[in-house]
Design a protein around this ligand. Structure first.
Ligand SMILES: Cc1cc2nc3c(=O)[nH]c(=O)nc-3n(C[C@H](O)[C@H](O)[C@H](O)COP(=O)(O)O)c2cc1C
Length: 200
């Protein structure tokens, strides 16, 4: 693995289907990162994964703005303060931005945000394949992001933020983040999967 991280997380509490690809279970959202340089090639492969996501009418409404080493501090400022507390050791900060209207008819695209989610999960899994982790963030300063980068509000919506980074030691986090630093569990499959009939 290219980016091995500080330790191998204990995934034994997770209960995936035996046939599930390991990558899905190995993905979780840490907050402890060790500053590292991701090579431009590796980063490009992560972003390219987003490019191959499916989208309504193949609109590809996602736009992804990522920090460079020179702009990292500016991007960090654009996160909600609680997220700044742990995101500062990540390698890259990014924002998922949706093009709100279809290009072919200029009408609102109700699936733009859904498609951005697909693109983000794609890049997340490519990051994991390299050994890196992502962490999604709702806690971002959307209006300030529009202003800082002159992102047209008519045409685009800032959907969410994320970081990409190398896993750091859990012990390097402060409270309350240290208490949350472990792979989370999931609802049982029948709770989310209804076959043929709807049940609550
Ligand atoms: C759209 C989205 C927004 C999120 N916002 C935040 C956030 O602002 N701060 C944070 O610490 N975690 C945030 N998370 C991380 C979730 O809490 C995390 O994905 C969830 O608890 C499931 O855990 P796992 O990703 O480790 O499996 C966000 C995740 C997503 C997908």
């Amino acid at each position: 693995m290219k980016y091995p991280g500080a330790y191998t997380p204990d995934l034994s509490q997770r209960d995936p289907h035996p046939l599930l690809n390991k990558l899905f279970v190995q993905r979780w959202s840490p907050r402890s990162f060790v500053k590292t340089n991701i090579s431009p090639e590796d980063l490009a492969s992560v972003l390219d994964a987003a490019r191959w996501a499916p989208s309504a009418y193949n609109e590809q409404p996602w736009r992804i703005l990522t920090s460079t080493s020179e702009t990292f501090a500016t991007f960090l400022e654009l996160l909600a303060e609680p997220n700044q507390k742990w995101a500062h050791n990540a390698s890259v900060i990014g924002f998922m931005i949706a093009k709100k209207n279809f290009t072919f008819n200029a009408k609102p695209n109700p699936w733009a945000i859904f498609d951005c989610g697909s693109a983000w999960m794609s890049l997340t899994l490519q990051a994991r394949k390299l050994g890196l982790y992502t962490h999604g963030m709702a806690g971002i300063k959307k209006e300030a992001i529009h202003d800082a980068f002159h992102i047209d509000r008519q045409e685009f919506e800032v959907v969410a933020g994320f970081v990409i980074g190398l896993l750091g030691e859990r012990e390097h986090l402060e409270k309350p983040y240290i208490d949350w630093e472990s792979p989370s569990l999931r609802k049982a499959l029948p709770e989310i999967w209804k076959q043929g009939v709807w049940t609550k």
